[in-house]
Every structure is written in structure tokens, then in C-alpha cells.
Design a protein around this ligand. Structure first.
Ligand code: UGA
Length: 461
């Protein structure tokens, strides 16, 4: 779907160099993917230790397949990581901004790193004569790219946007744990552009990067502000689907014999809806959905509109971690002093990311009620310890987590956890009470020796 005349080209697209400012999921994965397809990529960071590790082919965080991809990128000769922005900008034609936009205490977006990076790019551009394209890939509230990034670069460089430098906003849709696959196989590319020249250059980069793949992947061009809102529209709808499924699960629990998994399967088969993100359970976490729904809600409120649907989406999500404890207390009314195993701590499988993980809130609720908590996660223990410290114990495997436990809660559906056998629960636990917060076990397969409580399903007794 390449339908735009390219009137402008930055020198030879085959010799294009891209600077990526930021070495998180988006930044590092993008840099490595460009490099392995022959595009020179320079990641920039201010963290010397991380820079060294990256140049040695070692990712500073866990992401499926990234260590291998990084090694491939480094040995291709097309990739390097540098400290500071200047060198990366001097040697490149395009700057991609991929720094974090965390949540402030008041739940609004924190644009500190965006502002800092825009100024740094501006300072570097002051020393450069050539036209440079700046692409914002960080998630930012509408008007940030033009009114903050563009203006700050102008101020710091003394140059004019649209004349000396171009500006694009290209939202990213990478999910953690599958960010390499999502980068190589996107379902669409959204290009928000200040002007046609900016958009043409970015489109040319992706034509070079994706080749024939673009025949099945539309490139949609629009203005900067609409592109910024596409990202929020996307994450808000994903979060809404999850909270909707959780609300339906709570209704399912009111009627004996109803099973939310079957209900959502039935609903999801509607071609207008689809089955994705209708998984009921302990709710959504991570660095994106909670942050983005909160940020756009705060943004809307700051402009005088109260987004009631999104507020409810967040409320329902918060409730699910309280609900899991009430389901447990139906089985074990007094949890004071009881040993509760949390199986899975990361916000989802395939990552060690603990940001806004439901496990954190569940652990706090249990500790507040006097329970003793032991957690197990195949990769997230170190990250979990940074947040939960010694308020819980950490097991080195499923067996140790279950040993002598009064109950277990399934929080993250790692394969290793989804395949635990009924016999193992019986063998290791003091009382085999399982609260399945991700609907990984088939209730039909469990016999009377074990008590399986499944979200969104009330047993026919
Ligand atoms: C999300 C989006 O899926 C990406 O498209 C987006 O690019 C990314 O945020 C971002 O803004 O950067 P991510 O946070 O990595 O990606 O993870 P998801 O796979 O979306 O899962 C988010 C949470 O929802 C997890 O805690 C997961 O367990 C939960 N979830 C997901 C459910 O509770 N039920 C479901 O059916 C699906």
C-alpha cells in the first residue's frame, strides 16, 4: 500500500543512518532490527555501563530473543551504542526518540525525558548543516511532538522546523515479550507528519526496511496530533476489552455453571470483536496500559472533559486484585499466618518487567491481612525484589513455592506454571487450594482432592 509520490529523499536511502535515542524495549529492539537488515543504527544513552554491555552484545534487560538479535546486530558492523546524543546525531540522517514517558504521582504523563532529549537534539543540530528528520516514537499526549519537541529543538538549535529539520510521530505497537516479532511484522505503520517531506523520508526508510512486506501492511499518514492519539486509542481499547471481560467474569461468578472462558469465546467469534484481549483474570499491568490509560484520562480532565469509560476501566482493573483475595478468603477465611504462594510475578510471561504488575498489589493485600507470602517467577525475581524487597520470600522453583503452602494464586501464565500437574499441588502443598487468576487450568481435569477456584466460573457442586 505505497501510494505516495516521494518528492524528497535524504541522500541515498541505501546509505541512511538512524540514531535511536533510548535503549529501552523500543529503542534497543529497533536499533538491532535496523542493523540486521543493513541499516546503520546508532543507539544513544547516558548510561555508560549499559552502553558497554550493549556493545558487548549483552542486553541490559530481559526480552525474548533480544540477546541473540543484539549479538547479530553487533557482529553485522551496522550497529553501535554511544554515550550522549551528539555523536549519534552527527553521524545520522534521522533521530528516533524512544525515551520513557513515565507516570507522575498525579497519574499524568511525565515529559521530562522527552524535553531533555529534544533540547539535546537541538544542541547537536546546531553543529550540523544537513537537514535532519526527528521522529517521536515515545508515547506522548496529543500536541507534544509539535508544541514541545519541535519548539524545544528550534530553541536549542536556532533552526526552523519544516525547513532545517523535519518532524514525525510514529506510534509504536510493540508488546513486551514479542517486541522483535512485532517490529519485523507490524500490522500497520502510522506516520504522523509535520509536512510531506518529513513523512516521505520516514516512509522511504520503512520501504527500504520492510520491502515486499508492505504489500500487506498499510502505511497510514496523518497529522502529528492524530498519530499521537492513535497510540492512546489503541492501548485504551485493549485495556477496555480486558476490563470488560473482567466485568463479565464477575457477572459470570453470580450464576452457577457459567464459565467466562466459554462466554468470551462465544463473544470473540463475532467478526466485529475478535477473541484477543478478552482474557479475564487478575487484570492488566505493565509499563504501558496502566500508564497510558491514566495519562490520557488526566490529559482529558486537564482540558475539561471527564472520561467516564476510561475511569471505570481503571477501577475495574484495580478491583480484580482485591477480588482475588476475596476468592481466596472464601476458601480460607482466616489467612493470617497462612503461607500463600504467588505463582508468577512479572506482569505477563516472556518478560521480567514488574512495572504495575498485579502481583505487587496482590502481595500487598495479602501482607496487609497478615499472610506470609512466597513468590516464584522464572525470570522476574531480581526485578520483583527491587519492588517488594523482603516483604515476601522468593522461591527458586515451583516445588519450593508450593512446599507446605496453604494456598496458591496463579498470577502469570508462564508455561512452567500453566503445566503444573494436579499431583504436584497435592504432593507439595499443605492444603491444595488453587486460585486460578489466569484461567490456565481446565476445571474438568481437577478431582475432588484439590480445590480449584477459577475466575469467572462458579462450580456446580
Ligand atoms: C501493550 C500493547 O499490547 C502494545 O501494543 C503496546 O505497544 C504496548 O503496550 C506499549 O504501549 O508499548 P504490553 O504492555 O507489552 O503491550 O503487554 P500486553 O500484551 O498488552 O499485556 C498487558 C497486560 O494485559 C498484561 O498484564 C496482561 O496479562 C494483561 N492481559 C492481556 C489480560 O489481563 N487479559 C488479556 O486478555 C490480555
Amino acid at each position: 500500500m505505497i501510494s505516495f509520490m516521494k518528492q524528497y529523499v535524504v541522500r541515498d536511502m541505501n546509505k541512511i543512518s538512524v540514531a535511536i535515542h533510548g535503549t529501552g524495549f523500543i529503542g534497543l529492539v529497533s536499533g538491532c532490527c535496523f542493523a540486521t537488515r543493513g541499516i546503520k543504527a546508532i543507539n544513544s544513552t547516558f548510561n555508560k555501563g549499559n552502553c558497554e554491555r550493549i556493545n558487548n552484545g549483552e542486553s541490559p534487560f530481559f526480552e525474548n530473543g533480544l540477546d541473540e538479535l543484539l549479538k547479530e546486530a553487533v557482529s553485522s558492523g551496522n550497529f553501535k551504542c554511544v554515550v550522549g546524543r551528539d555523536k549519534a546525531i552527527e553521524e545520522s540522517d534521522i533521530s528516533i526518540i524512544a525515551v520513557g514517558t513515565p507516570m507522575r504521582k498525579d497519574n499524568s504523563i511525565d515529559l521530562y525525558f522527552i524535553k531533555q532529549t529534544a533540547r539535546q537534539i537541538g544542541h547537536a543540530l546546531k553543529k550540523k548543516d544537513e537537514y535532519h528528520l526527528i521522529v517521536v516514537r515515545s508515547t506522548v499526549v496529543p500536541s507534544t511532538t509539535r508544541n514541545l519537541v519541535g519548539k524545544l529543538v528550534e530553541e536549542a538549535s536556532g533552526k526552523k522546523m519544516g525547513k532545517d529539520f523535519g518532524l514525525c510521530m510514529q506510534p509504536e505497537f510493540l508488546a513486551e515479550g514479542r517486541s522483535i516479532e512485532d517490529t519485523f511484522k507490524p500490522d500497520r505503520i502510522i506516520i504522523g507528519e509535520l509536512d510531506q517531506k518529513s513523512g516521505d523520508i520516514l516512509q522511504s526508510l520503512y520501504e527500504r526496511f520492510y520491502g515486499n512486506y508492505l504489500e500487506n501492511c498499510p502505511i497510514l499518514r496523518m497529522n502529528l496530533e492524530s498519530a499521537e492519539l492513535v497510540k492512546y486509542g489503541n492501548n485504551c481499547l485493549l485495556a477496555t476489552k480486558i476490563s470488560y471481560a473482567n466485568e463479565m467474569a464477575r457477572i459470570a461468578e453470580l450464576v452457577v455453571g457459567v464459565d467466562i472462558v466459554q462466554v468470551m469465546k462465544g463473544v470473540g467469534l463475532d467478526y466485529r470483536i475478535n477473541e484477543e484481549f478478552l482474557g479475564a483474570g487478575v487484570g492488566f499491568g505493565g509499563s504501558c496500559l496502566p500508564k497510558d490509560v491514566n495519562a490520557i484520562t488526566a490529559f482529558a480532565k486537564s482540558k475539561g472533559y471527564n472520561p467516564r469509560l476510561l475511569t471505570s476501566v481503571l477501577d475495574i482493573n484495580a478491583d480484580q486484585t482485591i477480588h482475588v483475595v476475596s476468592l481466596l478468603k472464601k476458601e480460607l477465611p482466616d489467612i493470617k499466618g497462612k503461607r500463600i504462594a504467588l505463582l508468577g510475578l512479572a506482569f505477563k510471561p516472556g518478560t521480567d518487567d514488574m512495572r504495575f504488575a498485579p502481583s505487587i498489589r496482590i502481595a500487598h493485600h495479602l501482607i496487609d491481612e497478615g499472610a506470609s507470602v512466597i513468590g516464584y517467577d522464572p525470570v522476574a525475581e531480581i526485578e520483583a525484589e527491587k519492588i517488594l524487597g523482603n516483604s515476601i520470600d522468593y522461591a527458586s522453583g515451583v516445588e519450593e513455592a508450593l512446599y507446605d503452602a496453604d494456598a496458591a494464586i496463579i498470577i502469570t501464565e508462564w508455561d512452567e506454571i500453566s503445566t503444573i500437574k494436579v499431583e504436584d499441588f497435592k504432593k507439595y502443598m499443605k492444603t491444595p487450594i488453587i486460585i486460578d487468576g489466569r484461567r490456565v487450568y481446565n476445571p474438568e481435569e481437577y478431582n475432588n482432592d484439590i480445590r480449584l477456584v477459577s475466575f469467572g466460573r462458579t462450580e456446580i457442586s
